[in-house]
Design a protein around this ligand. Structure first.
Ligand code: PLP
Length: 420
């Protein structure tokens, strides 16, 4: 990279447009608006083309001009380029012509889309000279910060609500990170982390590093467009915690369109939440511009943010693109997980159950037209939230190791197969 800031120009306030240096900072001093990375799109146009992208390794970094690091990435170079799966059996069940699953349940290295944002945030943290990294997390972010910090030799502090699933807790501890469980909801964890970030000067990936961190989510959208043969899908369904991923998928479609990498077309982005924590979709359904904070109570713990930082902007994206918000109960989340598993052989975590359950509703309501194409963003792996499904998937039938006992079982299912 020739220039000191790579393809970045500045941090810019989303509200008033004031510009700031490319440091570890996230709010405008004048109106407290969130800061966002501004790029030099003229230079990017000369460097990022379909051909240059195709010539690079299959990771999220093949779109590096549109990701906020100055030099080459140093953390998480293998993250991303997860499969986009044509889901014909699920399409048939849900009653739509063309359905795709973007499967970040198998993202590298910690099996959720959070590896994308962490790869960017930690690479940028190293550039800015930090030695200690930290985060406020609903689980997956903690896993990813812990793992990627370990691989990069950084010290990590991760803060989580103390009632998370075992899989998420063990998946943070195993990498040797300092894991702090807070007796409270995510919003309380987040508030504490804002204080700690100010006092100790660590790189909190989703607090003071948030402008860089959030941009990492765009890579999921870049990959969707490339894997669809350089086009934007008609509909995209995205589950929401803070709402950031949804806004960044929209931005990825805007950027590729603006750069001429994909042809212009109309797209629609829908937001999915759990009924037990649905501040954004409740506001969308009521036609409101602002959400009302809630106290979460849902099995979709990874989405349990009652005061979503990007809720306002997620509502704007849905409105601009003609998208809808919808929510599903805990039982519908489990049904969504089973549908995806039984039709496509993909075991998603609770957040994926939210996405599938909401897609099913939107198709049934005609808000996603049956003759159009839709991509469902599956963001995390079911092996990390086993508690949600335990006792809801039937039981193994235990027998002694005897042919006679097995045939007694088989006779219940398929009597015609059992030979006398
Ligand atoms: C964090 C997370 C999301 C959503 O994140 P946003 O805060 O809305 O960007 C979605 N799914 C899973 C599994 C997550 O961990």
């Amino acid at each position: 990279m020739s220039e000191k800031n790579g393809f970045m120009k500045a941090l810019k306030c989303r509200e008033c447009g004031r510009e700031y240096p490319l440091a570890a900072t996230h709010v405008c001093e004048f109106d407290f608006g969130p800061l966002e990375v501004a790029y030099d799109y003229e230079r990017i146009r000369g460097s990022l083309t379909r051909e240059s992208i195709k010539s690079r390794p299959q990771s999220m970094w093949r779109y590096r001009e549109l990701l906020p690091v100055a030099g080459e990435p140093t953390v998480g170079r293998q993250v991303g380029y997860t499969p986009l799966v044509k889901a014909d059996r699920l399409a048939k069940r849900l009653g739509i012509r063309e359905l795709w699953i973007k499967n970040d349940a198998v993202n590298y290295p910690t099996l959720s889309f959070k590896d994308r944002v962490v790869s960017v945030a930690l690479s940028r943290s190293v550039e800015l000279g930090f030695k200690t990294v930290a985060c406020a997390s609903t689980g997956n972010l903690a896993n990813s910060v812990a793992a990627n910090a370990a691989a990069a030799g950084l010290d990590a502090y991760v803060f989580i609500p103390s009632d998370l699933e075992q899989g998420k807790v063990v998946n943070s501890l195993v990498y040797g990170a300092n894991v702090v469980g807070i007796k409270g909801h995510y919003d309380e964890v987040n508030r504490l982390c804002a204080e700690i970030a100010g006092k100790y000067g660590w790189a909190f990936v989703n607090v003071n590093m948030r402008p860089y961190y959030a941009e990492g989510s765009k890579s999921m959208g870049f990959e969707i467009q490339e894997q669809l043969g350089w086009q934007v899908p008609d509909h995209t369904v995205v589950c929401m915690a803070s709402g950031s991923l949804l806004t960044k998928i929209h931005k990825s479609y805007q950027e590729f369109t603006k750069l001429g990498i994909v042809p212009e077309k109309k797209w629609t982005i829908h937001g999915a939440q759990a009924t037990g924590c649905s501040p954004i979709t409740t506001a969308q359904k009521a036609g409101l511009e602002f959400f009302k904070p809630v106290k979460p109570n849902t099995i979709a713990k990874s989405l349990a943010i009652g005061t979503p930082a990007d809720g306002f902007y997620a509502l704007k994206v849905m409105k601009e693109t003609g998208g809808h918000g919808e929510d599903v109960t805990d039982d519908e989340i489990r049904e969504g997980i089973r549908l995806l598993a039984e039709c496509e052989g993909i075991f998603a975590e609770t957040a994926g159950g939210v996405t599938v359950g909401v897609a099913k509703k939107l198709i049934a309501q005609g808000k996603i037209a049956a003759d159009q194409s839709a991509v469902l963003c599956i963001t995390g792996n079911g092996l990390k939230t086993l508690e949600a499904m335990t006792g809801h998937v039937g039981n193994t039938r235990e027998i002694r190791p005897s042919l006679r006992e097995f045939e007694a079982v088989l006779a219940q299912d398929k009597p015609e197969l059992v030979h006398a």
